[in-house]
Write a protein that binds this ligand. Structure first.
Ligand code: TXA
Ligand code: MG
Length: 320
């Protein structure tokens, strides 16, 4: 069910969950003031309760309503990249955010989306928690059609067209005096050095918690299988043999004659590939594909690092 901006705002303000476009992916939005709606998000997605939600705000100053401290570099990062695909996880005053939204943690992630409809909506509703608008584990939704494919045609959606970035926000986490990257995303990791004066470490793998001597990821979402179509994906850099399966590949490359090729875009244009990635993964399911090859012969810099990580995660449930 496609909604007008005003209808979406009034549904959210009365405690309903609505799918909302952002420049990265669609989100399932609930107001921070409606704890029942926050619980409903977890139920609708089938999301584990220990996976916290990002708080979407309209201006940088709003973080001060929640944060215990604003870490060094916070202002510079926010000024450089907000509105946009960057989430900053900072220590918060726990009573300022419902426990369900932050999975009981004493931190929360914040971002200002740049999509004009998302910004207009937040101006009418106040802060919104929004996970990606997909069934947990499935590829994220980058169009209202994707949202409807997961949640049904009756699900309330604010239609903002196709998401231009196509990949989730990059997440930086303030840890012991430094920012670390806990999720690669639409903002390439190499953008941070100029702003921070150092390259944030990549903490994507499991890290040791200092308090308890156990293994605990800084970003709970990294524990779970993600971005996966139903098809089993096999990674390869070479395609000389007879194509026994469809190939997820790139325009201008040669694949075995007769292979069904699902085009991600040009290997010259990571932005185009990012924009198409989840649509292509979802298309495999629409076509009933059981198994496919993925051409993983990609550059190893900038946005390609995020694209590579998503393809690896989509192809298996191993931690990377
Ligand atoms: O681009 C995006 O970030 C999209 C759009 C809708 O804004 N949202 C999104 O949300 O990707 P979701 O829920 O699919 O992913 C949020 C990730 C999860 O991996 C979660 O564990 C992590 O953010 N996260 C949220 N709060 C956190 C916190 N306090 N500490 C560490 N990780 C956190
Ligand atoms: Mg997600």
């Amino acid at each position: 069910m496609r909604l007008s901006l005003d209808a979406a705002a009034s549904m959210i303000n009365s405690g309903r969950v609505v799918a909302v476009p952002t420049e990265t992916v669609y989100g399932l939005a609930a107001s921070l003031r409606h704890v029942e709606a926050i619980h409903e998000i977890f139920a609708i997605k089938g999301r584990p309760q220990d996976n916290p939600l990002i708080v979407h705000i309209a201006s940088k100053d709003e973080v001060e309503l929640f944060a215990k401290e604003l870490p060094q570099g916070f202002d510079q990062l926010a000024d450089a990249f907000w509105p946009g695909p960057l989430t900053l996880v900072v220590p918060i005053v726990p009573s300022s955010i419902p426990s369900a939204a932050r999975a009981g943690l004493s931190t929360a992630g914040f971002r200002i989306p740049s999509h004009p409809l998302a910004r207009k909506l937040i101006a009418l509703t106040g802060p919104l928690v929004m996970p990606s608008a997909n069934i947990s584990g499935r590829p994220s939704a980058t169009s209202s059609e994707h949202v409807e494919a997961d949640f049904g045609a009756d699900f309330p959606v604010l239609d903002g067209g196709k998401c231009t970035q196509g990949l989730e926000s990059t997440i930086l986490y303030w840890d012991s005096g430094k920012w670390v990257i806990v999720r690669l995303g639409a903002l390439p990791a190499d953008k941070f050095v100029a702003v921070l004066g150092y390259a944030p470490a990549n903490a994507l793998s499991m890290s040791r918690s200092k308090a308890a001597n156990d293994v605990k990821p800084l970003c709970p979402g990294q524990m779970y299988r993600h971005y996966a179509p139903r098809a089993k994906l096999y990674l390869s850099k070479t395609f000389s043999s007879f194509p026994d399966r469809p190939v997820i590949g790139f325009r201008g490359r040669r694949y075995p004659k007769g292979a069904a090729v699902y085009m991600l875009g040009s290997v010259e244009s990571p932005g185009e590939v990012a924009e198409n990635l989840y649509s292509v993964l979802r298309m495999l399911d629409d076509d009933g594909v059981q198994e496919a090859w993925v051409d993983i012969d990609l550059p190893q810099d900038g946005l390609w690092m995020t694209i590579r990580e998503r393809l690896l995660k989509a192809s298996s449930d191993q931690a990377i």
